[in-house]
Design a protein around this ligand. Structure first.
Ligand code: AP5
Length: 219
């Protein structure tokens, strides 16, 4: 399946992505994770992207489009993938359409997650991530077994630089002005599935996976 997860920052895209890729055995492609890795390794792309990311602004389209094109060329994407956090602008969506049409592999579904803004701010300001693998936890909603230590690799949990309230509000504003219009873009293509992401993590996963399975059965 070729899938996209669309939704505001903090709505739970990364959390749900982990469960969806396990259910459908496709690679998880998160442009946020790819960019954070580039920043950490101080690559030329990382050095360009850092200032935008710290302020909660979008990294320029050309940089992100090139990263995704390169990643989609990898052999593990031939049978499907889950894009998380890409596309975020109409220009990115159009670039993706043209790459996929060359491969004769259109998007099957765009899963749009939504939740109210106060809930999102609570989720992001309370998020802690593993300093080694990047896995997300939450100080109230998703605690590790040992306080401040990642369950998987025992890395220390830290707060992302862009998870302070001021930057979170800017990220939400950027979503409203630049990304939200993709809901109409994909509604017009008849591939949008909307899911209320305001509830419990497991029930949201079940709803998404059931909807995708019934769609897969029809195709
Ligand atoms: P990116 O990493 O993509 O960040 P984002 O879209 O802002 O999304 P987040 O990772 O913050 O949130 P999420 O929806 O994955 O939520 P999560 O599951 O962690 O992008 C970062 C930056 O990179 C951007 O600002 C931009 O600068 C740049 N960038 C990336 N892609 C780009 C692109 N295509 N173009 C240009 N620039 C780009 O959950 C959040 C918290 O809530 C966690 O603590 C989790 O445990 C908790 N939680 C999740 N679900 C629930 C639930 N149901 N109930 C309670 N708690 C929950």
């Amino acid at each position: 399946m070729r899938l996209i997860l669309l939704g505001p920052p903090g709505v739970g895209k990364g959390t749900q992505a982990e469960r969806i890729v396990n259910a459908f055995s496709v690679p998880h492609i998160s442009t946020g994770d790819i960019l954070r890795e580039a920043v950490k390794n101080e690559t030329p792309t990382g050095l360009k992207a850092k200032a935008y990311m710290d302020k909660g602004e979008l990294v320029p389209d050309m940089i992100v489009i090139d990263l995704v094109k390169e990643r989609l060329d990898d052999g593990d994407c031939t049978d499907g993938f889950l894009l998380d956090g890409f596309p975020r602008t109409v220009a990115q969506a159009e670039a993706l359409d043209s790459v996929l049409s060359e491969m004769n592999s259109p998007i099957d579904s765009v899963i749009q997650l939504y939740a109210d803004e106060d809930e999102i701010v609570k989720r992001l300001t309370g998020r802690r991530v593993c300093s080694i693998c990047g896995k997300a936890y939450h100080v109230m909603f998703l605690k590790p077994k040992i306080e401040n230590i990642c369950d998987d690799d025992k890395g220390a949990l830290i707060q992302r630089k862009d998870d302070n309230e001021e930057t979170v509000r800017n990220r939400l504003n950027v979503y409203e002005t630049k990304t939200k219009e993709l809901i109409d873009y994909y509604t017009d293509k008849d591939v949008l599935i909307s899911v209320d992401a305001g509830g419990a993590i497991d029930s949201i996963s079940s709803e998404i996976i059931n909807k995708l399975k019934s769609l897969d059965a029809v195709q």
